[in-house]
Design a protein around this ligand. Structure first.
Ligand code: FES
Length: 102
């Protein structure tokens, strides 16, 4: 699924998209793009809208921290990772796919 032109996605401003009912947050870090499920594994909060500290997103609800690169839960109250998705840039367009059910 197309997310947007690479130059239109900026560091610190993740883009939220939906693929088949799954909310996905797409981030730009340095010159690379990353996609994680836009759901906190603590209590289902949306991660977009939280603070970004380098390559970490902080859940705006209770402060759990997740790696934008790996989806790993880095601090309580979340312990389970959030899903990650493959991202590519094709002709300047950032694209994400939910490969969990392939
Ligand atoms: S819902 Fe994210 S820390 Fe609680």
């Amino acid at each position: 699924m197309d997310v947007g032109r690479a130059e239109e996605i900026s560091i610190g401003k993740p883009v939220h998209i939906e693929i088949d009912g799954t909310g996905i947050a797409v981030f730009k870090l340095d010159q690379a793009f990353y996609a994680i499920e836009d759901v906190c594994t603590h209590d289902g909060g949306k991660l977009t809208g939280g603070c970004i500290e380098n390559d970490v997103i902080v859940c705006p609800r209770h402060g759990a921290r997740f790696s934008i690169r790996t989806g790993e839960a880095l601090s309580a109250p979340a312990y389970e990772p959030t899903a990650t998705f493959p991202v590519r840039v094709e002709n300047g367009m950032v694209q994400v796919r939910d490969d969990r059910w392939d």
